[in-house]
Structures are given as structure tokens and as C-alpha cells.
Design a binder for this molecule. Structure first.
Ligand code: NAD
Length: 424
């Protein structure tokens, strides 16, 4: 091995093995039959594509991408598409399984899917990004459709990318199909409230966990890792509800002020400089330092595997609200549980996004659009119901909130599989 070769990923950091391990814990308590376990612990379909994109200088580059459907028993597959240089098939498989449980926990009629392209979009021009998005949409078009599989934004993708994908699928069909993706701009069938939905869900979750733990949001300090769609909206809405946001970070680095950061100022600073680093009135912290700060609530809202067996013992927050998917490994979960740290799992905490995506799809199919107040009200109702069901199972079985959430979700998918029967 050369000195520059990357360190091999430890099995403990493999998101797919971790997702299967989380499922196995629930399957054990639910006493699922071996056959049902075998069905649910694998993905149903995985599509790997390699496709060329014309660069602005006339050269061709070949990119690799994936679309994975974990399960479609309860309805069409649903899940975001990420553009990231380190994404890979195992990560996308894990993310697709987490989507199945998330949709089932929310009790919305979807299965789970996810997609990804191995690319650093910051290295592409705007036109190159558009060509890549369109070609990828075309490459996976054999799987996607409003009745079969509905993509949405995820890391490094946004409403504009969704518009290109919707347009590509529509042009190939010869007519507009707005319901083929969610997270679109309002002009083409997007939903009010969708851009802020995941952060709003994190905030609703934070208020619910404070009620459960008898904690006052106005006396609660928060650190947020990741200041993208999920992290920045979470910080903004949590600050509006009285939480004190003391630290945030993104790829540019982190900033900390124990007295609290002005979130609107941070948003302006990010717009002006491209990141949160250097925000006036704060001191710099690294991303790993941010996770270990003396705050009450930690909101990881960046990527997987941020809280592992290596740092779980040093986390000072007493509550972790998983804005990101898979930020805590199962080994870390065990350490946190022993230390009495409450983890509100991703499949609940960040489910606001897919819930409002569901509202968007329903509105597109009906060509009838709701006002934002109605959307936020329905989102809160669905999230609070799922929160209560998760707590009820956790309390009943004396297990973590993650396992409580999995017990609700896995049982719903298992019951649906049993009642449909096995084809043929
Ligand atoms: P995004 O691209 O908008 O933002 C990601 C943020 O994380 C950026 O601020 C980036 O700088 C930061 N980041 C990346 N690597 C980092 C690192 N090592 N340390 C600190 N910060 C880092 O993506 P997003 O849509 O906000 O997604 C974030 C997480 O939330 C992902 O796990 C995603 O799957 C999950 N999620 C997103 C949605 C959604 O609606 N967008 C819904 C549910 C879950």
C-alpha cells in the first residue's frame, strides 16, 4: 500500500452494514420469521450507471451513479439524490433502507429509495451541472415515475436540479409529469413549505423531546453540524422557538459562541463568503470539536458516521437530534445509551422533508395546491403522531428511541408484506 492510499473503511463505518444491524435489532424483538427478515434486510433493486457528460472545454467525462430501491411494498419508492465525491453503492443502499423505515414510521404510502452520483459539484460549471443532472435523470428513467419511484433533493442537490430532472423526464415522455420528483420550484408544481420542511421537522422534534424530558427550550443550548438545507433551517427555526444556537459548522469549518450566535447574521455571512467560517463575534472550532462542545442538544446535519465509538464517550450534549441520515453508528449508540444520552433517530427527526414531499406529490397528482399554513399544520400533526408512537414502543420494551421507531416502522412494512403475500 502506498503512503497516499486511503485507509480502508472499518466495518463499523460501513453504512450498509450499520443499517442492516439496526434492522436486525428490531427484527429480533418483533420475532420476524427468517423469510421475512431475509426479504427486508436486502434491497430490492440496485441500478448502477456510468454515463458521459460533455465538459465546457469540449472534453468528455464519465460519471458513476446509482438508484437503489430498498422496498416498494407500501407504495412507490421515495428518496433523494445526492451528488458527492465520496458516495458509493453501499452508502446509497443504506440510505434507501432508512427511507423505507422513515416513510413507514410517518405512515405515508411510500417505500424507500435513494440515488447518488460520484461527483464534486463544486468542480463543475453551472452548465456542466445541468448536463450531468439531465443525463443522470435519463439514465435512471427506467426506474423513476410518479407511480414507481420519486426522487427529491439531498446533499448538494436542490430545487433547480429537481427542475432539470422533471424537465428531462417530461421531454422524453412528451408531456409534463410534475409528480415525478419532489422538492421542485413552486413555478412547476413544487409545494409551499418544502425547502424548510426538514428543518421544521427537526424543530418540531426538538420541542417534543424537550416536553418529554421536561426541559425548557429557552434554557437549552444547541450545536448544529452542517449548515446546508437541513442544518441552516433547523438553526433558524430553533432560534425562533427560543433555543440558543451556540455553534454551527460546514465544510469551511465551525464557529462557536457560548452566549449564542445570531442565526440571521450567519445566513448573511454564508451568502457573502460561501461558508460560516470567520463569522464575527465567534471563535473557530473544528468539526470534530463542535461535536464535543458543552451544549444541551447536538444536531448533526451533515453526513453519516460523525458520532462513532471513537468520540461517543466525549459527547457532552445530553440529547442528539439526527438531522442527517445515519450520523451515529450502532457502536456509538451503545456507548451513548450507557451514558444516558438520548438520541432522537434520523428516521423521525429528519422525516419532515419526505412528509412535505408526500404533500407535494399529492398536490401534483390532484393539480390542487394548498397554502403553507395547511402544510405546516399537517406536517406537525404527522410528526407528533409518529413521535408519540415511537416513545410508546420505546417505553413498552425499555429500549432506545431508535429501536422504538424501528419497531413501529419495521412492523408496518412486515405486516404489509404479509398481507400482500409473495408473488406469484
Ligand atoms: P446540503 O448539501 O444542503 O448541506 C450539507 C451541509 O453539510 C453543508 O453545509 C456542508 O458544508 C456540510 N458538510 C459536509 N461535510 C461536512 C463535514 N464533514 N463536517 C461539517 N459539515 C459538513 O445537504 P442537506 O440536504 O442539508 O443534507 C444534510 C443531511 O440531511 C444528509 O444526511 C441528508 O441525507 C439529510 N437529509 C436531508 C433532507 C433534505 O430535505 N434535504 C431530508 C432528510 C435528510
Amino acid at each position: 500500500m502506498t503512503a497516499t492510499a486511503p485507509a480502508p473503511a472499518l466495518p463499523a463505518d460501513d453504512p450498509w452494514l450499520n443499517a442492516q444491524r439496526q434492522f436486525d435489532n428490531a427484527a429480533q424483538i418483533l420475532n420476524l420469521s427468517p423469510g421475512l427478515r431475509a426479504v427486508l434486510r436486502e434491497v430490492r433493486r440496485e441500478l448502477l450507471v456510468r454515463f458521459p457528460v460533455k465538459m465546457d472545454n469540449g472534453s468528455l467525462r464519465v460519471f458513476e451513479g446509482y438508484r437503489v430501491q430498498h422496498n416498494t411494498t407500501r407504495g412507490p419508492a421515495k428518496g433523494g439524490i445526492r451528488f458527492h465525491p465520496q458516495t458509493n453503492l453501499e452508502e446509497v443502499k443504506a440510505l434507501s433502507m432508512w427511507m423505507t423505515w422513515k416513510c413507514a414510521l410517518m405512515n405515508i404510502p411510500y417505500g424507500g429509495a435513494k440515488g447518488g452520483v460520484v461527483v464534486d459539484p463544486k468542480e463543475l460549471s453551472h452548465r456542466e451541472l445541468e448536463r450531468l443532472s439531465r443525463r443522470f435523470a435519463s439514465e435512471i428513467s427506467m426506474l423513476i415515475g410518479p407511480d414507481s419511484d420519486i426522487p427529491a433533493p439531498d446533499v448538494n442537490t436542490n430545487a433547480e436540479v429537481m427542475a432539470w430532472m422533471m424537465d428531462t423526464i417530461s421531454m422524453e415522455a412528451g408531456y409534463s409529469i410534475p409528480a415525478v420528483v419532489t422538492g421542485k420550484p413552486l413555478d412547476i408544481g413544487g409545494s409551499e413549505g418544502r425547502p424548510s420542511a426538514t428543518g421544521r421537522g427537526v424543530t418540531i422534534t426538538a420541542i417534543e423531546i424537550c416536553k418529554r424530558l421536561d426541559r425548557d427550550p429557552n434554557a437549552t443550548t444547541v450545536a448544529v453540524q452542517g449548515f446546508g438545507n437541513v442544518g441552516s433551517v433547523s438553526a433558524e427555526l430553533m432560534a425562533e422557538r427560543g433555543f440558543r444556537i451556540c455553534a454551527v459548522s460546514d465544510v469551511s469549518g465551525g464557529v462557536y459562541n457560548p452566549m449564542g450566535l445570531h442565526v440571521h447574521g450567519l445566513l448573511n455571512h454564508r451568502s457573502a463568503t460561501g461558508g460560516v467560517a470567520g463569522f464575527p463575534g465567534s471563535r473557530p472550532v473544528t468539526n470534530s470539536e463542535l461535536l464535543e462542545l458543552p451544549v444541551d442538544i447536538l444536531v448533526p446535519a451533515a453526513l453519516e458516521n460523525q458520532i462513532t465509538a471513537r468520540n461517543a464517550g466525549r459527547i457532552q450534549a445530553s440529547v442528539i437530534i439526527e438531522g442527517a441520515n445515519g450520523p451515529t453508528t450502532p457502536d456509538a449508540d451503545l456507548i451513548l445509551e450507557q451514558r444516558g444520552v438520548v438520541v432522537v433517530p434520523d428516521i423521525l427527526a429528519n422525516a419532515g422533508g419526505v412528509t412535505v414531499s408526500y404533500f407535494e406529490w399529492v398536490q401534483d397528482l390532484q393539480s390542487f395546491f394548498w397554502e403553507e399554513g395547511e402544510i405546516n399544520k399537517q406536517l406537525e400533526r404527522i410528526l407528533r403522531r409518529a413521535f408519540a408512537q415511537m416513545c410508546q414502543q420505546a417505553d413498552l420494551h425499555h429500549v432506545s428511541l431508535r429501536l422504538g421507531a424501528y419497531l413501529v416502522a419495521v412492523k408496518r412494512v412486515a405486516d404489509a408484506t404479509a398481507v400482500r403475500g409473495i408473488y406469484p
